[in-house]
Design a protein around this ligand. Structure first.
Ligand SMILES: CC(C)(COP(=O)(O)OP(=O)(O)OC[C@H]1O[C@@H](n2cnc3c(N)ncnc32)[C@H](O)[C@@H]1OP(=O)(O)O)[C@@H](O)C(=O)NCCC(=O)NCCS
Length: 199
């Protein structure tokens, strides 16, 4: 999760890194449009709108506690430039969300969170794949993110998608003072096989 500041994707931590962590992030993306009531409740993914702000602020609290974005910041994210936010929705209720910032060459994962009651059912992966699909469609060469040390589920998710740790930001998260791991995924060059269309 990004620590409540607009990212500067071009002057960020991704420079001077050696070879990337590979391409082909998109195998098995699926259709994104859930049918039937599987483990994820038949969730569909759709683009978030400003009207999702209250539910997303609620999920922020449930997922990040003292480090949650305020309602105002959630709103700014949902309506800000160069952002793409998606929600997972089942039975008319939003069960997860994820957001991306599109920089010049890179994209940055701003956040991803799933309702605690709906975790472990594949929604986090689907939301992340929606972001990666979007980054690839927009022609970005890499995707960056920060994740708090100790967020094992998120780190496991990112690693499973091919992200590799390239750095660490000490005391990045406030008020806890936890460090952030900086992770990076290089996307396939334009025209190469990559993320499959999701939505
Ligand atoms: C991280 C988070 C979004 C994952 O969502 P989810 O829907 O539970 O994840 P999925 O069911 O799609 O799991 C996808 C992969 O993530 C990893 N993962 C999920 N839960 C995990 C756990 N408890 N421990 C380790 N790895 C885990 C696994 O690699 C899993 O793949 P697998 O099921 O094939 O093993 C969710 O745990 C969450 O909202 N956490 C709190 C918010 C947060 O930390 N967000 C990240 C901000 S940087």
């Amino acid at each position: 999760m990004n620590q409540a500041v607009a990212p500067d994707a071009e002057s960020g931590v991704g420079t001077g890194v050696g070879t990337g962590v590979g391409t082909g992030v998109g195998t098995g993306v699926g259709t994104g449009a859930g049918t039937g009531a599987g483990p994820d409740g038949g969730a569909c993914l759709r683009e978030a709108t400003a009207s999702d702000v209250d539910r997303l602020a609620e999920l922020e609290q449930a997922s990040f506690g003292a480090e949650a974005w305020s309602r105002r910041l959630v709103f700014e994210e949902l309506t800000g430039p160069h952002r793409r936010y998606f929600v997972a929705e089942a039975g008319g209720r939003v069960t997860g969300y994820a957001g991306l910032f599109l920089g010049l060459d890179s994209a940055e994962v701003m956040t991803v969170a799933v309702d605690p009651a709906w975790r472990g059912r594949g929604l986090g992966r689907r939301l992340m794949l929606a972001l990666l699909t979007e980054a690839e469609r927009a022609g970005k060469r890499r995707v960056m993110l920060e994740v708090a040390v100790g967020s094992e589920a998120a780190i496991g998710l990112y690693r499973s998608l091919g992200f590799a740790q390239i750095g660490r930001r000490r005391g990045y998260y406030q008020p806890s003072g936890r460090d952030a791991l900086v992770m990076r995924l290089d996307l396939a060059p334009a025209g190469a096989a990559g993320v499959q269309p999701l939505m």
